[in-house]
Design a protein around this ligand. Structure first.
Ligand code: AMP
Ligand code: TRP
Length: 328
């Protein structure tokens, strides 16, 4: 069975953009692959943060992932800093990661512009990401398109290490490939950009039905549709029609399309149907989240067990790596 690894930054509660764009896919993949999913708190400290806040966001993200359907019986879910082998392998990979390639990473170039003083951790961020993946000898990484360049670098690192420390023709590390998630980008409530925590245009995965309705009701639709009797164009209704495509069954999406174009439904009618289908998917997630909120020890236990499972694999990889490098 091939192994997959993916990571997510501890940004607190999931929103429906990163749920639909990434985590929902992880939930499906855990049944088919040996899967490792990691809350990457060590990556998060490359940006300014408050320690108590990070602690809270890490737990919230783990609880959201469990509520979304990651099942500790089927996958290994853990927090990165609990498995010290990540930083150990990261140092080793620094010795085979070409500086020029690090400096060429788009994300680094964008982020460095926003800093007064650029720290080495920002540059080395993708080296830690390579260590995350390769510690588990994962060959497939379910991520969004923005991570493709980081994965190319993971392959360079694997190749360089293999060239020095693996026997000819028997590479120790696989060269991991991106497994692009099928869900297109989810547009934020403002209709202008992708749904993103930093843009304040999100619907939280665990928001109550009332909170969700309060956000859907005023959300932008086709701007050309002013009166209920005006026919609309679903292709111009990125937010609401986009959410229908994500949450409503295909027959309902077809009905929405027809009723919008013929002005058979007003936008509020259409939003009510969406709201119903969102609730069908989100209610069980909220129910599970409620259980975790009432019994936080369930989250702790899952994370303890996840770290323990991860450390067994990570320790084995490190023993092989050190042996081959003359470090043991
Ligand atoms: P982030 O929350 O930005 O760290 O992203 C975590 C994962 O969710 C990445 O794989 C992203 O590609 C994906 N993602 C984040 N926001 C969206 C969005 N609005 N639509 C689709 N996918 C998203
Ligand atoms: N850099 C990724 C992001 O910002 C998070 C991440 C860290 C990751 N380590 C990883 C993703 C390993 C996939 C595999 O989304």
């Amino acid at each position: 069975m091939s192994r997959i690894f993916s990571g997510i930054q501890p940004s607190g509660e999931l929103h429906i953009g990163n749920y639909l764009g990434a985590v929902k896919n992880w939930v499906a993949l855990q049944a088919q692959y040996e899967s490792y999913f990691c809350v990457v708190d060590l990556h998060a400290i490359t940006a300014a943060y408050a320690p108590d806040d990070l602690r809270r966001r890490t737990r919230e993200m783990a609880a959201s992932l469990l509520a979304a359907g990651l099942d500790p019986e089927r996958c290994t879910l853990f927090v990165q800093s609990r498995v010290p082998e990540h930083t150990e392998l990261q140092w080793i990979f620094n010795t085979v990661a070409p500086l020029g390639e690090l400096e060429r990473q788009t994300q680094f170039k964008e982020k460095r512009e926003r800093q007064e003083q650029v720290m080495a951790g920002l540059l080395n961020y993708p080296v830690l990401q390579a260590a995350d993946i390769l510690l588990y000898l994962a060959d497939s990484v379910p991520v969004g398109e923005d991570q493709v360049q980081h994965l190319e670098l993971s392959r360079v690192i694997a190749r360089n290490w293999n060239a020095r420390f693996s026997p000819e023709g028997h590479p120790y590390f696989p060269e991991p490939q991106a497994k692009l998630t099928p869900t297109r980008r989810i547009v934020g409530l403002d209709g202008n950009a992708k749904m993103s925590k930093s843009l304040n245009n999100t619907i939280g995965l665990l928001e109550t039905p009332d909170e969700i309705w309060a956000k859907l009701r005023p959300a932008v639709t086709d701007p050309a549709r002013i009166k209920k009797s005006d026919p609309g164009n679903p292709d111009k209704c990125a937010v609401i029609f986009g959410l229908h495509q994500a949450f409503s069954p295909p027959a309902v999406v077809a009905e929405v399309d027809a009723k919008c174009r013929s002005a058979g439904w007003g936008c509020i009618d259409c939003k009510k149907v969406l709201f119903e289908h969102m609730n069908v998917e989100l209610t069980p997630i909220r129910t599970r989240a409620q259980t975790f909120a009432e019994q936080p020890s369930l989250v702790d236990e899952a994370l303890d067990a996840g770290a323990e499972k991860a450390r067994v694999v990570a320790g084995r990889t490190m023993a092989h790596v050190k042996e081959r490098m003359g470090l043991a």
